[in-house]
Write a protein that binds this ligand. Structure first.
Ligand SMILES: Cc1cc2nc3c(=O)[nH]c(=O)nc-3n(C[C@H](O)[C@H](O)[C@H](O)COP(=O)(O)O)c2cc1C
Length: 202
């Protein structure tokens, strides 16, 4: 099949989010000017450079209370965030934190997670996650959107500090079997990284 994206795809569901897969899940912790903490998953998330380490997450749509989603708003306001990595053990809690709740709600409490202080930035980390990337805001790019009620923002951050739980380091390397990161497949589907193969470059 082929379809132009300005037209309808003709399938039961939009296939786009099931084609660029698997997408890692950046579980973004941030806080607003008053120190109200926020936590939400973003799968339009990735590393976009390693020297210096740089990440992005993309926020589509608005918060139910209007304006941009909390994560993008908080990063814009305070200039800092943390990408916690979502794992198999944390899948339910990760999902819980995607609920559209009032801005005043702390999703750490909602999901029964432990907020632990970061070293270099103000937003706390998810203690239960084995990897945290402490980030400072580089820039937010607002992309053209087809629908003014559905703004599209891409938030870029410089990774200034990285926490790795010792339990996922084996022989000085990240042990995927211990890490067990999960990723998005579109629809309501996910995958677990549990199959690793190695290829030497030519
Ligand atoms: C696995 C997963 C991935 C998600 N990825 C995105 C994403 O990339 N962009 C986005 O705007 N919303 C995404 N969402 C929805 C947000 O998590 C949801 O809108 C959340 O309420 C936003 O919270 P915030 O306003 O506190 O930032 C995702 C949800 C789940 C469960």
């Amino acid at each position: 099949m082929f379809y132009e994206t300005k037209d309808h795809h003709g399938l039961k569901n939009n296939p786009f989010k099931s084609l660029i897969v698997p997408r890692p899940i950046g579980w973004i912790s941030s806080q607003d000017r008053d120190g109200i903490v926020n936590l939400a998953p973003y799968s339009f998330f990735n590393g976009v450079g390693s020297e210096p380490p740089t990440v992005m997450f993309a926020s589509e749509g608005t918060h139910t209370e209007g304006d941009f989603k909390d994560s993008a708003t908080n990063v814009q306001e305070t200039g800092e965030f943390v990408c916690n990595l979502a794992t198999w053990e944390l899948r339910e809690q990760m999902n819980t934190t995607s609920a559209q709740v009032a801005r005043a709600v702390d999703e750490f409490e909602l999901a029964g997670l432990t907020a632990t202080p970061s070293r270099l930035v103000a937003p706390p980390r998810v203690k239960e996650s084995p990897v945290h990337l402490e980030c400072t805001h580089l820039k937010t790019v607002e992309l053209p959107s087809n629908d003014p009620r559905r703004p599209s923002l891409v938030v870029f951050g410089r990774v200034v500090g990285i926490h790795i739980d010792d339990s996922i380091i084996t022989d000085g390397m990240i042990d995927m079997e211990a890490f067990k990161p999960i990723a998005r497949l579109g629809y309501m589907d996910y995958t677990l990284v549990d199959n690793v193969f190695t290829m030497r470059r030519p």
